[in-house]
Design a binder for this molecule. Structure first.
Ligand code: F6P
Length: 320
């Protein structure tokens, strides 16, 4: 194996640069050249790439975002896109490809793996933490800390004005971010897409808390639960509490990666280059129960990672 490729794809996550840096430097330690494809899968469609060296990835471990840039590439969902990407890999003699991204990127990688001899290894990097085969993804810890820091500030004004705040965090389909953030900010209510909630239960919780003297509160809601503006209005109408909505948005996708995100980036990249240099592909790397492992790409793409609902039950006890 002489050339390996690296690409960052899908929603960016803090720690992607740390992963790029580690892929390059570990590959060089094994006498491998590294080609960085730009703007996600688009770079394989347009053959836009650059050779990455240990020097070109200096000073980036602490940077959010991705120096390769990323994209969501709809053309890649068509057969001609996949075939074009396979041609690009062949024409650049890419024997192995490290794909740094989330589920959407891995599903595309699975399609590509069927059209190319290039070995492909997924490096899970998404703030959603919703990738089967790893307990934690690159960027998740950073996004959790970003949200916690912002919600602690919101808690101050909620207490001062005796208000209820609904804070919407990212997570279009899954509640890993919302459940961990909710537990660690002491949220009175946590809403996740996986659990159908009853409005009456929320109203009852707020009224009971008020009767106990808890005149303010935080509701953490994943964006995937629905129209949080409407939920805020209904809570006001049914409880008499003053309710405000704060949408944290894209700040959760940026910022300097935490040490934890940098550690995962380095360990995942090491495992990915090890697999590729040993001729193993069509896997995703991951951390499971404290151990570095790898999972078949197809299994990871087809299996939904379960949300630990005990976190929600614990959060509710802790918020009494
Ligand atoms: O997948 C990560 C994520 O941040 C989700 O939590 C969010 O819903 C989505 O990406 C936003 O996608 P985009 O960046 O394309 O608006």
């Amino acid at each position: 194996m002489k050339n390996i490729g690296v690409v960052t794809s899908g929603g960016d996550a803090p720690g992607m640069n740390a992963a790029i840096r580690a892929v390059v430097r570990i590959a060089y330690s094994k006498d491998l050249r590294v080609l960085g494809f730009e703007r996600g899968w688009e770079g394989l469609l347009t053959n836009t790439l650059s050779q990455l060296t240990p020097r070109s990835v200096g000073g980036i471990i602490q940077l959010g975002g991705t120096i390769l840039r990323t994209s969501r590439c709809p053309q890649f969902r068509k057969r001609e896109g996949i075939e074009k990407a396979a041609e690009t890999l062949a024409s650049n003699n890419v024997s192995g490809l490290a794909v740094i991204g989330g589920n959407g990127s891995f599903k595309a990688a699975l399609e590509l793996s069927r059209e190319t001899d290039t070995l492909i290894v997924g490096v899970p990097a998404t703030i959603d933490n919703d990738v089967f085969g790893t307990d934690e993804t690159i960027g998740f810890d950073t996004a959790v800390n970003t949200a916690v820091t912002e919600i602690d500030k919101i808690r101050d004004t909620a207490i001062s004005h005796e208000r209820i705040f609904i804070v919407e965090v990212m997570g279009r389909t899954r509640g890993f971010l919302a459940s961990t953030v909710g537990l660690t900010v002491g949220a009175e209510v946590i809403l996740v897409p996986e659990v159908k909630y009853k409005k009456e239960t929320i109203f009852k919780t707020i009224k009971q808390n008020s009767a106990k003297g808890k005149r303010s509160g935080i509701i953490v809601a994943a964006e995937g639960v629905g129209d949080t503006r409407k939920i805020a209005r209904e809570i006001e109408e049914n409880t008499g509490a003053e309710v405000r909505l704060s949408i944290l948005g894209y700040a959760q996708r940026g910022g300097n990666p935490t040490a934890r995100s940098r550690l995962l980036a380095s360990l995942f990249a090491n495992k990915a280059v090890e697999l590729l240099s040993n001729g193993q592909g069509n896997r995703i790397v991951g951390l499971q129960k404290g151990r570095m492992t790898s999972t078949a790409l197809e299994k990871a793409c087809k299996t939904e990672k379960p949300l630990d609902l005990s976190l929600l039950r614990l959060a509710s006890i802790l918020a009494t």
